[in-house]
Design a protein around this ligand. Structure first.
Ligand code: ZN
Ligand code: ZN
Length: 234
């Protein structure tokens, strides 16, 4: 894996922790008791007394905070390994060796994750409305049945029930016009997942898909807005 360079200046959100252990604020010089944690961290999470201390420490913390490190794939587990309930507890870094090769990616997911098959479940979009060049693609093994837990994050972002673990990568419309950043951080993915808590997934996703389609067909953006369903015969 290539060296992971933290980027971005936005501080991740802060969460209140319910653990009974006494912790001290990680901001150098502040020794106050800390019951808040950096929401992007992997366990053991970094503790702070306040959002202010977290912000002031972020320049240093982002060097080690896993939430800011970029990889080309993330797994969203239906069940968090550590029993956590937050979105962040379900998202694991992954690294696809075959990234960029459509068929090899699927083979790799199947063999490494033991999936019966690897199919595209759908796509969702960045929380940033200015990003129109790429989307997140969700792959899953298309399992059904009540015994397989619902993947809450994927279900929310795709607007349809998805069961089991999924893999997420970045992709772009097939017109090849865009050079997209292949690697992304857990913090970016969390921001998108958060966005879908307050926005209607089917609405955002179908409007984006229509706009991408307009781009490919050379139509003005928005030309197909409101069209209930389109099917392109290839
Ligand atoms: Zn962190
Ligand atoms: Zn502090």
């Amino acid at each position: 894996m290539s060296a992971q360079t933290p980027t971005g200046t936005e501080t991740p959100s802060i969460a209140t922790e319910t653990s009974l252990e006494a912790n001290v604020c990680a901001k150098p010089g502040c020794n106050k008791p800390a019951n808040k944690v950096c929401a992007a961290c992997n366990p053991p999470k970094t503790h702070y007394c306040s959002a202010k201390c977290q912000k002031n420490d972020f320049k240093i913390h982002k060097m080690t905070c896993v939430g800011t490190q970029k990889v080309n794939c993330f797994l969203i587990r239906a069940t968090a390994a550590n029993g956590g309930k937050e979105d962040v507890d379900h998202i694991e870094q992954y690294h696809l060796r075959s990234h960029g090769n459509y068929y090899a990616e699927r083979d790799e997911l199947k063999s490494r994750l033991g999936w019966r098959m690897a199919v595209e479940a759908g796509q969702f979009y960045s929380h940033d409305p200015n990003i129109k060049q790429w989307h997140y693609v969700v792959y899953h093994t298309n399992v059904r049945g009540k015994k397989v837990p619902i993947n809450q994050i994927a279900t929310r972002c795709l607007g349809k029930t998805i069961r089991g673990d999924v893999a997420v990568i970045r992709s772009a419309p097939a017109d090849g016009l865009y050079k997209i950043p292949e690697e992304f951080s857990r913090r970016e993915l969390l921001a998108a997942a958060e966005h879908y808590k307050t926005h209607n997934a089917s609405q955002i996703n179908s409007n984006h898909a229509r706009r991408e389609m307009c781009g490919m067909m050379g139509l003005p953006p928005g030309y197909l807005d409101g069209v209930p369903h389109i099917h392109i015969q290839l």
